[in-house]
Ligand binder design. Structure first.
Ligand SMILES: Nc1ncnc2c1ncn2[C@@H]1O[C@H](COP(=O)(O)OP(=O)(O)OP(=O)(O)O)[C@@H](O)[C@H]1O
Ligand SMILES: [Mg+2]
Length: 431
């Protein structure tokens, strides 16, 4: 069944293309100085128009140059590829007079125009089995969207399959977590010797974004994440993670909280579970804008008087004491803490599993801290204050081109991250 019904076929509204987008659209054309290059790499900031321009240009190049050939369209997963690339691509191609048939079950597109026909197979770089599928195919070109999120082995396989004479590879991505990332080292740094065209994008290259929208995106990032996703730079996450924490502006006194407003707040207890490691509860009031952390519970078995860990039942009793048995509050908990979740439910609490995506959680938390929308009560959370200063990026991971925090002094930090990542959506972050 044709994927583009007449009703939706022409509804992609093109806006003027920027200078850099125009280069992406024309670099392979007969009158271009770059036409003999073997491929193109675009990196840079989010929403800068990379995927949209590159996918359109890729399909037009394929249709101009070949017929009855296979092409690869690769994303991190097929789902993200369809969301970020295919949906718009189908509409853009239809608006330009191509016929697109989407073989949804088998994940490929058949594109036809003026007697030419080509096949565009979708692959997810991190999907099980993608590597096997790629192995058997001969390609005249491939587009790899968000290539820095794929395993290097998959990318090598795809490029090795591009064996038809005149084949070209097309890559785009946001910067990865380190200058040692394989894509930065083996592709971007070598673009000249590989005979690739390299273009760096920023949001200024997408003329369809209003100033207001760009400002909203800028507000969603801070620190290393700002430099990576807004400036579009390959910067490593090094040193103290929450270096935007302020010992004055992220604290509060009772006088900062309007008594009237407290009754409008929701109360949460966010929990990082530990038996050998410390157990942490943070008592939080949320007014829909700022998290006011009023108090902490921090039990470190190794540092306790007799160095004994507590049972879930004992922790449950401590939890009751800490909350005053307020069953109207909601608990946010480490998703792996199965037994303690059951304990709290038995005690009558509403319990929600935390979103435990680490890097994005750190990004959201860092933004809220920078906006002074995570505040702790002066003098009430000494362990939190100690951890926030000593929570650091892991240098050993960095050396391997990966990133993550050192798994020490991370207990109150994990509890705070669960809170922020679980409750704060994009809209709230951009407020
Ligand atoms: N010339 C244009 N006309 C209409 N819409 C455009 C144009 N350029 C970009 N856009 C739109 O801007 C948005 C961002 O573009 P795109 O998804 O290509 O950015 P990106 O650089 O790939 O972002 P990310 O790094 O977040 O994946 C999309 O909705 C896209 O359709
Ligand atoms: Mg994109």
């Amino acid at each position: 069944m044709p994927a583009t019904s007449p009703k939706t076929s022409n509804d992609f509204k093109f806006k003027p293309f920027s200078r850099r987008q125009k280069i992406v659209l024309t670099w392979w054309c007969a009158n271009s100085a770059f036409r003999d290059y073997d491929g193109i790499i675009c990196d840079g900031s989010i929403r800068s128009g990379k995927s949209m321009t590159m996918s359109l240009s890729f399909a037009m190049w394929a249709m101009e140059s070949f017929s009855e050939c296979n092409f690869g369209l690769c994303g991190k997963t097929i789902g993200s590829l369809r969301r970020n690339v295919i949906n718009d691509l189908k509409r853009m191609l239809a608006a330009r007079g191509y016929t697109v048939e989407d073989k949804r079950g088998d994940n490929y597109l058949i594109v036809t125009r003026s007697g030419k026909k080509n096949f565009f197979y979708m692959f997810g770089g991190t999907n099980e089995g993608s590597q096997d599928l790629v192995q058997g195919i001969t390609l005249a070109g491939a587009l790899l969207d968000e290539v820095a999120l794929m395993p290097e082995s998959f990318v090598n396989q795809v490029t090795a399959r591009c064996s038809v004479e005149g084949a070209k590879c097309w890559f785009n991505c946001n910067p990865g977590g380190s200058r040692l990332h394989w894509f930065k080292q083996n592709w971007i740094n070598k673009y000249v010797e590989k005979r690739y065209l390299y273009l760096h994008f920023t949001m200024e290259d997408n003329l369809s974004l209003s100033e207001r929208t760009k400002e909203r995106y800028r507000r969603m990032y801070t620190g290393v994440f700002y430099r990576r996703y807004i400036d579009g730079l390959w910067v490593a996450a090094e040193g103290v993670i929450y270096d935007m924490w302020s010992h004055t502006e992220n604290l509060f006194d009772d006088s900062d909280l309007l008594p009237g407003a407290i009754s409008d707040c929701r109360r949460y207890i966010t929990v990082d579970y530990g038996t050998a490691n410390p157990m942490v509860f943070l008592d939080v009031l949320d007014d829909g804008h700022t998290f006011w952390i009023q108090n902490e519970y921090y039990y470190d078995a190794r540092k306790s008087m007799n160095q004994t860990s507590k049972t879930d039942h004992e922790y449950g009793k401590d939890f009751d004491d800490f909350t005053g048995q307020d069953h109207s509050l909601q608990v946010i908990i480490d998703p792996s803490a199965l037994s303690f979740k059951a304990e709290l439910r038995n005690r009558g609490y509403r319990v929600k599993e935390a979103d435990n995506e680490v890097l994005d959680g750190i990004r959201v938390t860092a933004t809220l801290i920078g906006q002074r929308r995570v505040r702790i009560k002066r003098g009430k959370c000494p362990n939190f204050e100690r951890e926030v200063e000593s929570y650091v990026w892991d240098e050993k991971l960095l050396q391997r081109g990966e990133e993550g925090p050192v798994k020490e002094n991370d207990h109150a930090m994990d509890a705070m991250r669960y809170l922020c990542k679980t409750l704060v959506n994009r809209r709230r972050l951009a407020q």
